[in-house]
Design a protein around this ligand. Sequence first.
Ligand code: LMR
Length: 333
Amino acid sequence: MKLRSGLLGLLLAAVSVVAVAQQPIIIKFSHVVASDTPKGKAADRFKQLAEERTKGRVKVEVYPNSQLYKDKEEMEALQLGAVQMLAPSLAKFGPLGVKEFEVFDLPYIFPDKDVLRRVEEGPVGLGLLKKLEGRGIKGLAYWDNGFKVMSANKPLKKPEDVKGLKMRIQSSKVLEAQMRALGAIPQVLAFSETYQALQTGVVDGTENPPSNLYTQKMHEVQKYITVTNHGYLGYAVIVNKKFWESLPADIRDALESAMKDATRYANVIALQENEQAMEKIKASGKSEIYVPTDAEKAAWRKALLPVHKEMEDRVGKETIQAVYKEAAALGHK
Ligand code: LMR
């Protein structure tokens, strides 16, 4: 009798070990935008590729639209291991202590996306991701969104039109300096709180790529949108470093391959997503879209370019110079 119960116990233990070994590794991927945005679609594509290429040994649970965590909370949750993956805006790494990421927030620093890509894939971009590792974070990739427009409930044709307005920004000292250079009052708010703050008048206006404005219905509470394209918004895809290093090597390889293709996909769809969002905003008739004249564009640049010098100490003069060098290498003055 004893022998039989001993054998039964061994059998049950063996079955439970096999069962545990077969349970998928869970990656909780939390983000703050709608699913039908460049980042939302890229996260879903990563899920699909990661589950396919690990043959189901990894399950990615995507939590969009601040469902699980909103801005500031998500970074803390990642460091605690409560979630495994995020793709925060590059404007949100200052509070983590890696303020050099705010070089990406400098107005007009990227003449086009070719320069941006060279910076991300070169020593500046790779060096910034490396800096995260001391904070328990592994940077995997950069995902694109796009150039930002300005919005408010009054026409913003010239830089001085922003004077005195309360403007919502992301948690970036460079973006604070940008708004102050226009005489505006910067207000850092979580992305998930922005629509309501615009609707209730807590803030007067904001900036974002069209895909974020449209998918959060901000155009319904912003009468005027100016196509300034004055600054860039993109993402760093990051994981909890301890979790990442604990993965079996073959799983990590499969996830890196999935991330590579999801990144390619993100950077292909981003421009089209923003163009389509702008068309939908126009079609809604809720916001008046204004494209500044060449003279007005020059005035916006003149008002905002001094932010580079002002922020040298924060983001690093050498970092800024390195970006200028990449632009010059592609023939930009
Ligand atoms: C914002 O807070 O405006 C953006 O960072 C949201 C996002 O993730 O695109």
